[in-house]
Design a protein around this ligand. Structure first.
Ligand code: FES
Length: 169
């Protein structure tokens, strides 16, 4: 074996060892990354409750008056309780270009401050420029409380009575 051959052999051995180390290192790195992502997803799911994109407890059913509109700024929605006691959670986002709509108690309408669209108490559009109703969030009930899931948006063209959710005690 010449000096050149020896050098080649050592380089080859080193490369194999290095490759093994790299492979083990990469596997360890992947495992740590997966654990990190898993932890982040767990924390994310927990931390979204009570924030937009998560689940809101909007109050006890028997404490929310009929024919009322309650704004949840953090959740980006209005909880509407109709005259017959049914619930809807309306996304505050205007379906035109996304401005936050405002509720006018005296006129019983939602208004968009950007281009003057208006919507009735069910979120159905009254005036242009947007011929679409406000989107809905999913409403459910647990232990007598109203829950609004802001991760579940339902887009709709118009209001329809089957969009109202009723509490069944
Ligand atoms: S963003 Fe609401 S009408 Fe344009």
């Amino acid at each position: 074996m010449t000096a050149k051959d020896k050098h080649y052999s050592e380089t080859k051995d080193f490369t194999r060892r290095d490759f093994m180390k790299l492979g083990l290192g990469a596997l360890s790195g992947l495992a740590v990354l997966e654990m990190g992502i898993g932890s982040l997803q767990f924390l994310r799911a927990k931390s979204l409750d009570g924030k937009f994109g998560g689940l809101f407890t909007a109050g006890k059913v028997d404490e929310i008056p009929n024919n009322s509109v309650t704004e949840f700024t953090d959740g980006n929605f209005y909880l509407v309780r109709g005259k017959d006691g049914g619930f809807m959670a309306l996304y505050r986002r205007c379906p035109h270009l996304g401005c936050a709509v405002e509720w006018s108690e005296s006129k019983e309408r939602f208004y968009c401050p950007c281009h003057a669209s208006s919507f009735d108490i069910n979120g159905d559009f009254i005036s242009q420029p947007v011929p679409k109703a406000l989107d809905l969030f999913e409403v459910s009930f647990q232990d007598g409380a109203v829950l609004v899931d802001t991760s579940k948006v339902t887009r709709r063209e118009h209001f329809s009575p089957d969009q109202i959710v009723y509490f069944d005690a």
